[in-house]
Design a protein. Structure first.
Length: 67
C-alpha cells in the first residue's frame, strides 16, 4: 500500500521527488497503525463512512505537517 506516492505536479507534468526519511517513516507508521486508527474512529463515530473520513482527514493533516 502506498497511500502517499512521492509524486508532485510541475507545469502539468508529474515527476518523482526524492523522498525524505521523515516521509518514509510516516508511511511505515501509517501502514502499521491505520487499521487501529480506523477501529478507534469507528468506535468514536459509530458510522463506518464518517470514521473513514475522520481518519483520512487527520492523516492528511498529519502528513502535511511532516513535510
Amino acid at each position: 500500500m502506498q497511500p502517499y506516492a512521492g509524486l508532485r505536479r510541475v507545469g502539468g507534468v508529474q515527476e518523482t521527488r526524492t523522498r525524505s526519511s521523515a516521509v518514509t517513516d510516516f508511511e511505515s507508521w501509517l501502514v502499521a497503525r491505520e487499521p487501529a486508527l480506523q477501529r478507534l474512529a469507528l468506535l468514536l463515530t459509530g458510522d463506518e463512512h464518517t470514521a473513514q473520513d475522520l481518519v483520512q482527514t487527520s492523516l492528511a493533516k498529519l502528513y502535511l505537517s511532516t513535510c
